[in-house]
Write a protein that binds this ligand. Structure first.
Ligand code: SAM
Length: 554
């Protein structure tokens, strides 16, 4: 890696190189994965610098900086590929196991090169003050480039589903501190009329409110007032000059802030407050550069409004308390479980899940299960998923990766399906039940991308036996067979439709000696419907035929 432009300080250089390297390495690994390149246990990242000059401006030979080993960490909120994949794929059946020919997937890897760990085997050190010549311009940091619409939307989903604990009272305290420090950084938009009318509200005072009022009310009103006597252009200039004096900001500073605040306002109008509160770090850049502020953008955001709100209200039920600070209603619109609501219906508002089944069953009800529910009337104390596995010192050894499995972080070494099992298992998968536009009733849509090899979820339902003429998944161990029925009790995998060109598949996996059926991504893009091949047997045994092989995005 080399720099073409010479930055001013070691810190700038380091930041820029790290940002570029992290971007490039991700792309390189993803390309390698696509080419089915295998990764061994001892993957090593070597790093050297070229393009360095000594005191006299003479080029220095290539300089080896670091050698970094692979960090196999797994984050609960990241839907990344697992490390080892050797399970067989399984298919969905109406009556019988009907498993397709056992298909072994190529191993892929959940590689997370630890860029920040460049010091793990550092072979040299840089005296940068002496090596780098001075220059006046710091090249743009790619990490600071304008956010695209996709990045911004991805940031909202990541932040809603990413396991943050939102404590409104703590956040409000932080805002107050920011207010006192005179830094109006938060994306809140005081309603101007109310804001002006209720000056005594203690929380929404200071620069923060003044800025909001300035951009939305005072500025426009003052311009209108001045336009009676001077041209609009002159009126704007004069208003800006007055505001600069009022806030003690330079004109550039003021214009920047106003543009950003207008951006926040536009986004809020289209996609609601959840789109601001859960925006992640992309919001500021998205509004500052406004590169994709078009009618189409706002159409896209509008279509997401209720989808954001369903996820925010059900996963962070108290988030709307934050809105009371600016005099907005804190009333939750969507209560209950995230999958109690079907999104993307007509008018975009989410509708209650049971209502989407009323045409077949007036009393339809769905119980959301996190873990499979064993029918004790059929199995008593016996868990039919039990399989004999290798153990070492009382701990189960994973069939797939050969590492020890445990719910205790100190003893668990199995990195397979970390979003579902083990000490780092995370909360809700970033998916929503949506209204299909093509007559399949509901389906499941991915809010974030699921990389190949990532778990979309375990096939969770009631574990029973002897059901006939029902949609069931058949499980089989060396001791017994069982059925998993999701008709009225289960999880989100129940809503996945069939496709002959599916973007996910079922695989068997054993966790702590119990057989699990996991839906694994074959590469699902954000906004795409999640589909699986139900198998021919499924359709053969039913009085139905699959329609549309496609997996449309919405
Ligand atoms: C497990 S459910 C999937 C969710 C279902 N669409 C719903 O609204 O509950 C399976 C049923 O969905 C419908 N389905 C799934 N994929 C389909 C497809 N490609 N074409 C037509 N119907 C499909 C069939 O009625 C099937 O029996």
């Amino acid at each position: 890696m080399a720099t073409s432009d010479t930055p001013t300080s070691l810190e700038d250089t380091a930041r820029e190189l790290a940002a570029q390297a992290s971007e490039q390495i991700k792309t390189i690994f993803l390309d390698l994965l696509r080419q089915n390149v295998h990764v061994g246990e001892n993957l090593q990242l070597e790093c050297s610098l070229s393009g360095l000059l000594d005191h006299s401006g003479t080029p220095i030979e290539r300089f080896r900086v670091a050698s970094v080993g692979l960090d196999r960490r797994s984050s609960p909120s990241s839907w990344k590929p697992r490390d080892h994949t050797t399970s067989e794929s399984v298919s969905f059946s109406t009556h019988s196991p009907s498993q397709r020919a056992s298909k072994r997937r190529k191993p892929n890897s959940g590689l997370t090169p630890n860029i920040s760990g460049f010091s793990s085997d550092v072979n040299g050190s840089l005296e940068v003050g002496e090596i780098f010549a001075k220059t006046t311009r710091v090249p743009d940091n790619p990490a600071l480039q304008p956010s695209s619409l996709e990045k911004y939307i991805g940031g909202v989903w990541d932040s809603i589903y990413g396991g943050i604990k939102l404590n409104p009272s703590e956040v409000i305290e932080q805002w107050q501190a920011i207010e006192l420090g005179g830094q109006p950084r938060l994306p809140l938009l005081a309603d101007t009329e109310k804001g002006l009318a209720s000056r005594d509200r203690s929380l929404a005072q200071g620069n923060f409110e003044r800025m909001s009022v300035l951009t939305r009310k005072i500025f426009d009103d003052r311009v209108a007032e001045l336009t009676h006597s001077i041209t609009k252009e002159k009126a704007k200039k004069q208003t800006i000059a007055e505001a600069c004096v009022e806030f003690s900001w330079s004109e550039k500073e003021l214009r920047n802030k106003m543009a950003i605040w207008r951006g926040y306002h536009d986004i809020q109008k289209a996609a609601g407050y959840a789109a601001l509160v859960f925006a992640g770090s992309g919001l500021y850049r998205f509004c500052k550069y406004r590169v994709s502020f078009t009618d189409e953008t706002f159409g896209t955001l509008k279509a997401l409004r209720h989808r954001f709100e369903v996820a925010a209200d059900t996963i962070h039920p108290h988030w709307r308390q934050l809105l009371s600070v600016i005099g907005e209603s804190a009333k939750q619109n969507y209560a209950g479980h995230p999958h109690d609501w079907v999104v993307a219906g007509p008018g975009n508002e989410a509708i209650p899940l049971p209502s989407t089944y009323h045409q077949w069953d007036r009393d339809f009800n769905y119980t959301h299960l996190e873990e499979p529910d064993i029918d004790v009337e059929v199995f008593g104390d016996f868990d039919p998923r039990e399989v004999s596995t290798r153990t070492t010192e009382g701990l189960h050894v994973c069939d797939s990766c050969g590492e020890l499995q445990s719910d205790d972080p100190k003893t668990n070494h199995c990195g397979c399906f970390t979003s579902l099992y083990g000490p780092t298992k995370s909360g809700y998968a970033p998916v929503q039940v949506f209204r299909t536009p093509d007559g399949k009733n509901n389906g499941l849509i991915a809010c974030c991308a699921f990389e190949t090899g990532t778990a979309v979820g375990e096939f969770v339902g009631q574990i029973t036996k002897g059901l006939a003429n029902m949609d069931v998944m058949v499980g089989q161990t060396d001791q017994t067979t069982y059925q998993i029925w999701q008709g009225r009790r289960g999880n989100h995998t129940r809503f996945i439709n069939h496709s002959c060109r599916p973007n996910s598949e079922y695989e068997r996996f054993v966790w702590l000696g119990l057989q699990r059926i996991v839906l694994v991504s074959k590469g699902i893009k954000a906004g795409e419907e999640v589909t699986v091949d139900y198998s021919d047997t499924y359709w053969k045994d039913l009085d139905k035929r699959p329609c549309s092989d496609t997996a449309p995005g919405i």
